[in-house]
Design a protein around this ligand. Sequence first.
Ligand SMILES: [Zn+2]
Length: 119
Amino acid sequence: MTNYRDEMCVCETCGKPFVFTVEEQRAQEQLGFVVVPPTYCPQCRKTEKPQPGLHPGIVKWYSAEKAYGFLTRVEGGEIFFHRSGVTGDPEQTLREGAHVWYEAQETDRGLQAYNVHER
Ligand SMILES: [Zn+2]
């Protein structure tokens, strides 16, 4: 395991400094991500616009009963997805801890992942 230190970052949206904590860096590493600082501060992440293209994520949990779940995002935080937004093999894609790609879209309830498929 790498020796991480809290890192000061500057938000690309609001220009405010924020801390990329050791805990966040470790979490990324443990998820198998390349450790990169988030582009936005935690505040702006809540209101950010969806970025086009495919993003890497990890299935945090999925409920077959509710037909939805959440992905852990490489940028930090989580993103909601619905069963109807899954395009990959469900057996592979809906497992907890599965490494997936997704696209993000803005909905009334915030960002939502679609075109979720295994990577
Ligand atoms: Zn910001």
